[in-house]
Design a binder for this molecule. Sequence first.
Ligand code: PRX
Length: 649
Amino acid sequence: MSPLREVPDRVSAGSPNPISDMAKYQQMYDYALEDLDRFWLGVAREKITWMKEPSIGLSGSFSEIPDGPLSWFNDGKLNVTESCLDSNLASRGEKIAILWEGDEPDECRRITYNELHGEVCRAANALKELGVSKGDRVIIYMGMVPEAAVAMLACARIGAIHSVVFGGFSAESLRDRVLDCDSRVIITQDEGMRGSRKIPLKDVCDEALEGDTPVQKVLVYRRTGGDVQWDDSRDVWWQDIVPEQSTECAATECDAEDPLFILYTSGSTGMPKGLVHTCGGYITFTSYTHETVFDLREDDVYACMADVGWITGHSYIVYGPLANGATSLMFESIPTYPDAGRYWDMVARHGITIFYTAPTAIRALAAQGNDFVTAHDRSSLRVLGTVGEPINPDAWNWYYDVVGEGRCNIVDTWWQTETGGICITPIAPATPTTGGSATLPIPGIVPLLNDADGNRIDGEGEGLLCLEYPWPGQARTVWGDHPRFVSTYFEHFPGLYFTGDGCKRDSRGYYWITGRVDDVINVSGHRMGTAEFESVLVSHDSVAEAGVVGFPHPIKGSGVYSYIVLQPDETWSMDFADELNLLCRKQIGAHAKIDLFQHVPGLPKTRSGKVMRRILRKVAEGEPDALGDISTLADPSVVDAIKDGAKTL
Ligand code: PRX
């Protein structure tokens, strides 16, 4: 078993956390388990500003989900922006809410809670002027500017449902999402900035909106002043309409179960699904986990390096931190601009105390050598976090020893878009850690490991990770398609939530996530479905069939490996591979890149025509001799061709 690192004194000393050591963790865990309703209702009432306090915890159960979504705090009424903004004004009005660092290191904005409240109200009033009302969907397609957070909160202020689309997605992906959630308004910006490169967000929006769409208004924040096309009847400059509004906007009363946002995420099959998160449960869960896991203190400078286009940005840049009155840093650029010391330079300049990023960034930076780190003063750091994919012990140790100089605890936080917030993680001042393990569930979360046949694994073992009981932060449904929600998460093991992850539990009870067991791949922290790639590849006239799988990649976690069967008479070339990658970029987005192409004569199929993906995976993982039983294959010679071809890549 790997050695444990005890919590450094500096992390545990003076912690205000009710869970400040392992005995208290165990007490709290047991207390929650005794009566989950009582536990979560207590958290919701204590932490959240309600217009009408809830008296009910959970209604429904996993077994009843096929009949309709379950609910939390059903009789409560609130507006989440009151927790994030108004409740902070009296005691923290002049505290910095959003500390923004732009693409260039000298570009900073410091927005206080008073200012953020005013800006959100202004933007909310502007949205009303554009015809947005409660329940309407608003797509936000922006880079990492404070106005993206303002836009999200402005929607929430008036009960509109936002759907943030990551700024790397292509016009086609954006259009799919606009159509799926039937949004009449989009908020975007002229251009985004990343590592001195300009990202043409408004141009992509224009392309996405060609032809018929429900979109009537596009609100455009001017970030760079670059040239953009303009449609007078549709487009409105943020700067023309928002600043002139009143800084007061009464918060719209919402039911606890009204949708707060939709976030699209990739699954095993088809088009990404729009997961729906609701107001009361989501804000309760994100604020509780943010405060508890990171051991938030009043004077912390908290920095999460995610993008607001992903769930981490929603939960742990915007909603959780603001509901806790924290100073939340928002970063527009990339970790290697102007050089690989950017993160640590920011730590020194802003006095960052809690720093949260993805293993892929840690691996990429570790590969650049220690000098970029040691050149900057990191003495302010107390808690380091990781999220998004398994972290290998080497990268973990580098983060612990080099970045944190052994003074910080690392919280390796396991969770998903679906879970809304952190579920399995160390709690900074309490949990001894060990590289590669997400350690233990937070109070109120009950993990369970099953074997493939649905038999529960007790004690030490390896299996499929499920969660046994509902929790407030979980997604309630898939927008417009509840049956898909049920079949994706609740059919595998009826009565349980199935995460799609494989996981080991060691003799200490610590959890070690081993990665996805379905056709989802986490590439550089971006979650993608192999089916999405396959549908792009076969849309090319010269491609007959395509099979895409992940393979271990030293920096990205997973790389993308594709097997291509060409139409008769077509010939394979590297130029053609580039063409296929361009197509992925165009149809999915800039982050969708295939690392390896293998031209094959056919895909391994069973006699009933089903592709045996296990074979594709094993060959891509470099284990061609561990294919298992291949006797059901229609044409076993295909396997030899695939194995031989793989050797030459
Ligand atoms: O496979 C797990 C991995 O990321 C997946 C969820 O991806 P997404 O919905 O994009 O959310 C990422 C940010 C929360 C999970 O099913 N994952 C996430 N965190 C970890 C992880 N794998 C191992 N360790 C983690 N800490």
